[in-house]
Design a protein around this ligand. Structure first.
Ligand code: SAM
Length: 373
């Protein structure tokens, strides 16, 4: 048998192939019958959303709407309908939130505040039209930012309200920071990313979308610290903290051999991800003020990097820092946006958008915590 030339030159252990083997082994157990369809979606072209830039004067919104695009947020199911009345509200009712001590209780229904100013356009279910690159307006500000539409959910779920101070602990390249700024409610935003090169990219992104007067030192701070050390910098301080951690980035790991966390040289780094994620979440918890809220998010389906990390961080916060936390249910968010995204059923902690061929967004895992003390 004559072997093709590729067989001798092609590396035996391509990271993308190793990633698929790893996911087949773990996710077939974790997701059961759902895995084959999630697998097909993960291996297919992803779908984007266009985060609309309220600060740009561009007619692109109307053009996209004429093409059939719609804002999935304002088009979400009506939260005031009788079915959802008890779950949504402008004011929060802490009595309907589950309490966590050394173990995680079942999540209960809770009201949720969603900013009316975040808009994200998507093509309808099953429509895989691609967005054109955004164009600058006469002030050189771009009209929209292309990102996985499910990545907007952590920003919405964070529930930023008027005059809040917000920390985005792992912020680069900046899609979620942009979404947070779209709320126009943030009094002070602190964006941090330990990678200096990615922080430079984050600065470029912010300057391409946000007018200069909103990027002054009294409104925005950009830093490049190791987020795990944040507790040594600032404690008990922020109203809202977003902890969007580095993870196995499942989609990227299946598609790109370059810079792939499943490459053999990065095995140690990959195995230590859950520990790093716990340290980052714990730092975010410590940075939030008592009563403040923390949103943990990843773009992996991995139980160890999602629920496992949240459980461990809650335990360490209480044992080592005397901080009591509540898990805030995101069921209302799931109900509102179930026509746009496929959500994993019955997670005992947090919610997860799972990829689906008709709505190929995610994976995005999100879990919201509130500091009681
Ligand atoms: N939130 C970003 C967005 O929406 O564009 C994406 C964040 S990405 C999932 C995770 C980021 O964590 C990477 O940019 C990475 O450089 C950063 N990171 C990794 N280790 C970190 C650490 N110890 N402290 C702070 N940031 C870290």
């Amino acid at each position: 048998r004559v072997k093709g030339k590729w067989a001798t030159t092609r590396p035996k252990h391509l990271p993308t192939r190793l990633a698929l083997q790893h996911f087949d082994a773990t996710y077939s157990v974790q997701l059961g019958q759902l895995w084959p369809s999630v697998r097909v979606a993960l291996l297919s072209e992803r779908k984007y959303g266009a985060l609309f830039n309220n600060f740009s004067n561009n007619p692109d919104l109307e053009k996209l709407q004429a093409q059939g695009c719609g804002d999935f947020i304002s088009n979400g199911e009506d939260p005031t309908s009788s079915e959802h009345n008890s779950e949504f509200g402008a004011e929060e009712d802490s009595s309907s939130v589950s309490t966590v001590s050394s173990h995680v209780d079942r999540q209960q229904q809770s009201p949720l505040w969603l900013s009316p100013n975040i808009k994200c356009l998507v093509f309808p279910r099953g429509d895989i039209t691609r967005f054109k690159p955004a164009r600058p307006d006469k002030f050189n500000l771009l009209s929209y930012y292309l990102m996985d539409a499910a990545s907007v959910l952590p920003c919405l779920a964070l529930g930023v309200q008027k005059n809040h101070t917000v920390l985005d602990l792992c912020a680069a390249p900046g899609g979620k920071a942009l979404a947070l700024l779209q709320t126009q409610s943030v009094r002070f935003l602190c964006v941090n990313d330990s990678s200096v090169s990615r922080t430079s990219r984050l600065k470029r992104v912010l300057h391409s979308y946000i007018p200069k007067p909103l990027l002054t030192d009294d409104k925005l701070r950009i830093t490049s610290f190791d987020g795990t050390m944040w507790g040594e910098i600032e404690r008990n301080s922020f109203d809202r903290v977003l902890v969007d951690v580095p993870c196995t980035t499942d989609r990227h790991s299946l598609m790109e051999d370059d810079n792939n966390i499943f490459s053999r040289s990065r095995v140690g780094e990959r195995r230590s991800l859950p520990q790093l994620q716990v340290e980052l979440l714990l730092a975010g918890i410590i940075a939030a003020c008592p009563g403040g809220e923390i949103l943990y998010s990843t773009c992996t389906l991995s139980l160890n990097q999602n629920q496992g990390v949240v459980e461990r961080a809650i335990q360490l916060a209480e044992e080592n820092h005397g901080i009591q936390l509540q898990v805030v249910s995101l069921r209302p968010l799931v109900k509102k946006f179930r026509n746009t995204f496929h959500f994993a059923p019955d997670l005992h902690l947090g919610e997860m958008v799972i990829p689906h061929l008709a709505a190929n967004f995610g994976p995005i895992y999100l879990c919201k915590l509130r500091r009681l003390t």
